[in-house]
Unconditional design. Structure first.
Length: 590
């Protein structure tokens, strides 16, 4: 990760002035157990605390979703800000002025590349939009007008069309952009050295970030192609669909001149555009994935109330639940708009008008009432099995409420529909003797730990354990030689150098500061995770010896392979003999 020009020494000084417990404690309720503080993870929805903060070492780790890092990483994630912005916030908190930053060449080059990519995306969007004026673009223009979009709306949202496989490539090349930059920006694909527009012959919707910059494109086919009705830009340096809400830039602009107390979240781009044209401008769309904590925090910065409005069919109604608990976890008031007749918002407003849609908004259900409504679907009050399943689902919903008072508000409703007494339901709820498997309640799944994807664990597993043992200064971690030659990962080498530097200078090694010393913070967290450690020192001691031996064998094996190759191609007999002698020594060390 680019450290935005701050020196490691200054960052360590900043973190020495801040207690991570105080920072995280302002976002979550902490409870001390043993040497650590614990909380329900602020990065995924959970009932049992699995989020641990080590005050002595100044870092956090979630055993549920594997989030972890130092105080800077925490602020970046919780506030959805860049490294620089997180450091600035912490410096203000600590009363420390920011230093003059001398950016290194890598940072300068990165910023220039991002700026150039942003220009490319803007020029691409302009080109797609201008295609609507060409003869080849008339079919797309008629399609948009046929959907009821005015020309002013088409201009406002920058809608356009791709008219061929290579025309956008040729246009961007004429403006001086390289094909490689087009590829990295997600505008084109490449096959057998041929660059082409993967959204060709589709109606194009530019996707903006919250600041109004074009970062991606969505494409809807004009004719059935067999490649999917909708296609979107893949994730790029400019675009992450889990961190983007379509239309948020328009809502931010709207708020500048209008009161804004709520935002409506819909599923599709066209829903946003259709509602905005009808005068409902506080609308954003998710990016086709389950709602994320990052997106919830983007909304929280603007409003305290969110309406969710998804497809009217049962599958669409149940799909809304995936994101609602995430919104609720951010203390956002959540209400659900249900659309009848299996319609989406765009279809409903065209069929019934904007006033009818506003009526749906006014009758939106609070989150818990909506979940109870789903639990009731299909209930047959005369069938004991049906009533039993309803009670299981309904009580599973109530179990998620934080207070007894809130739960008791809804128990009379369940009692009336199920025919079971209030007291019986309350006793069952308190005892927990009901099945959760039938619950309609869904929540955000903990994030998968993808740090090990595509990694050779025959190296990473022993290397992490050796480094963990050294950093933790475990009693069995006896190392009488330089470990550096055996380390294959840059982050491992950086951590080991930091460890050696602290030992040589007699400086106390603070685990939290190690995140500043490396680029790959996820790999650092994987090393520092206690999951690889055994409480039995005799087992850990044996594993340490075996892990160190494994790293040495890998090193020697690579040296042997390299020497064999050099011997094979070496024409000089004397040099070949010298190499053979070295090879024999290495083989003996095996």
């Amino acid at each position: 990760m680019i450290k935005s020009g701050f020196s490691d020494k200054w960052l360590e000084e900043l973190k020495s002035r801040i207690n991570i417990i105080d920072v995280i404690g302002s976002y979550a309720t902490l409870t001390r157990k043993g040497k650590n503080y614990w909380a329900c993870c602020p990065f995924h929805t959970e009932k049992t605390p699995s989020f641990a903060i080590n005050e002595m070492e100044q870092y956090y780790h979630c055993f549920g979703c594997h989030a972890g890092g130092d105080v800077i990483r925490f602020v970046m994630e919780i506030e959805s800000v860049s490294f620089y912005e997180a450091v600035k916030m912490l410096a203000e908190r600590a009363g420390i002025p920011l230093p003059e930053i001398k950016e290194d060449e890598n940072i300068i080059a990165h910023k220039k590349k991002v700026a150039k990519m942003t220009e490319l995306m803007r020029d691409t969007a302009k080109h797609y939009h201008s295609n609507l004026r060409l003869p080849d673009g008339q079919k797309a223009l008629q399609y948009l007008r046929g959907r009821g979009f005015k020309d002013s709306t088409i201009v406002k949202f920058g809608l356009g069309v791709s008219t061929g496989f290579t025309e956008v490539v040729d246009h961007l090349k004429s403006l001086g952009y390289s094909e490689q930059l087009m590829l990295e920006a997600g505008v084109v694909n490449v096959s057998k050295d041929r660059y082409f527009d993967h959204l060709s012959n589709r109606v194009i919707t530019p996707i903006f970030n919250q600041y109004g910059e074009v970062v991606a494109f969505g494409g809807r086919e004009l004719e059935k192609s067999g490649y999917g009705k909708y296609q979107n830009t893949i994730n790029t340096p400019l675009f992450d669909k889990s961190k983007t809400l379509y239309g948020l830039n328009f809502v931010r602009n709207y708020k500048k001149n209008n009161p804004l107390d709520s935002i409506i979240v819909v599923e599709g781009y066209m829903d946003v555009i259709s509602l905005a044209q009808a005068g409902i401008e506080n609308v954003v769309a998710s990016m086709g994935t389950s709602f994320t904590q990052y997106q919830a925090r983007l909304l929280k910065k603007l409003v305290s109330k969110v309406y969710t409005c998804f497809d009217g069919d049962l599958a669409g109604q149940e799909a809304t639940l995936r994101g609602l608990d995430i919104l609720r976890s951010e203390n956002i008031d959540v209400l659900v708009i249900s659309i009848p007749d299996d319609m989406d918002p765009d279809e409903y407003i065209k069929a019934h008008g904007v006033d009818a849609f506003k009526g749906l908004i006014s009758s939106a259900l609070p989150l818990i009432e909506y979940k109870l409504y789903l639990a009731e679907l299909g209930l047959d009050p005369t069938n004991p099995t049906s009533r039993s399943k309803y009670v299981e689902k309904a009580l599973s919903v109530l179990k998620e409420l934080p207070t007894e008072a809130e739960r008791e508000v809804y128990l009379p409703i369940i009692s009336e529909k199920s025919g079971i007494t209030f007291g019986g339901l309350k006793n069952t709820l308190e005892s927990g003797r009901f099945t959760d498997s039938a619950s309609t309640l869904t929540r955000e799944e903990p994030k998968k730990n993808n740090v090990d994807k595509d990694k050779d664990m025959s190296y990473y597993t022993p290397a992490r354990f050796v480094l963990y043992s050294l950093i933790r200064e475990m009693s069995y971690a006896d190392l009488n030689e330089d470990l550096l030659p055996y380390l294959e990962d840059d982050t491992h080498r950086d951590l080991y150098r930091y460890y050696v530097e602290c030992k040589q200078n007699g400086v106390k090694l603070i685990t939290g500061n190690m995140f500043t010393a490396v680029e790959d913070e996820k790999e650092a967290e994987a090393i520092l995770s206690p999951s690889c450690n055994s409480e039995d020192n005799s087992i850990s001691s044996k594993y340490f010896v075996e892990s160190l031996a494994s790293l040495k064998r890998r090193y020697v094996d690579k040296m042997v392979a390299d020497l064999n190759e050099r011997i094979r191609v070496e024409p000089d007999k004397a040099k070949r003999s010298e190499l053979l002698s070295i090879l024999n020594e290495l083989i003996l060390k095996r």
